[in-house]
Design a protein around this ligand. Structure first.
Ligand code: ZN
Length: 218
């Protein structure tokens, strides 16, 4: 189906291109799907790429935006953090952002929203006001839904994958997308945790039915 490709939508800390795809030239209240937040979780990039391929071939009934790899510096270097050594899921300018961190891999940055990847995504969120944000990671498999309006979509993903649906990840995540999206802006946020180390060829079968349900409203 028709879509718009922005191959140089934004740049990373080390000036690498961040690609963005969207269902039309102008989109309002889309579902925003993000992969590659953490560069050492390639499963999230692969899942976003598979979802994008599905969206290119099928007719979605909702506007959509896909950022397959938000952290190209980390993806190339196989690091969680971006090119400045910052954990992008702790750098959102949420009300609870905190400069404190226990391990370097959770470095939240010198100040909230200090990283170019986060500035680009938060500006996008303010502009298009997504109805739902889904970001794709890998860890112990689960679906984390923050915000009751996201529950139908989260249940579809949990059913599709067989992974547990959780109301939170189980530990505090100040400066995360779920804090910024739901707690500050009332945009529901779903975090998909694919099995860490899952083979690329096995990922799509876990989420094909859930993704198609979410983007066709069926
Ligand atoms: Zn992650």
């Amino acid at each position: 189906m028709p879509y718009i490709e922005l191959p140089d939508w934004a740049r990373s800390a080390k000036n690498r291109k961040i690609q963005l795809y969207q269902s039309a030239r102008e989109v309002k209240q889309p579902i925003l799907l993000i992969g590659g937040v953490h560069g050492d979780e390639p499963e999230g990039v692969w899942l976003a790429e598979f979802a994008l391929e599905w969206l290119k071939r099928n007719t979605a009934t909702v506007p959509w935006i896909v950022i397959p790899c938000m952290n190209p510096d980390g993806f190339i270097n196989h690091t969680r953090v971006n090119g400045n050594g910052i954990d992008l899921n702790r750098n959102y300018p949420s009300k609870d952002w905190s400069p404190e961190f226990a391990k370097p891999r959770y470095n939240p940055g010198p100040h909230a929203g200090s990283e170019p990847e986060i500035r680009a995504v938060t500006q996008l969120i303010r502009t298009v006001n997504p109805r739902l944000i889904i970001h794709c990671h890998s860890w112990h498999p689960c679906i984390v839904c923050t915000g009751e309006p996201g529950l139908t979509a989260a249940r579809a993903l949990a059913e599709s994958s067989g992974y547990e649906l959780k109301p939170d990840i189980g530990y505090p995540t100040p400066g995360s997308l779920s804090q910024y999206g739901w707690h500050d802006h009332k945009i529901p946020v779903i975090c998909i945790e694919e099995v860490e180390g899952c083979a690329r060829e096995n990922i799509w079968e876990h989420f094909a039915s859930g993704i198609s349900k979410i983007f066709t409203g069926v």
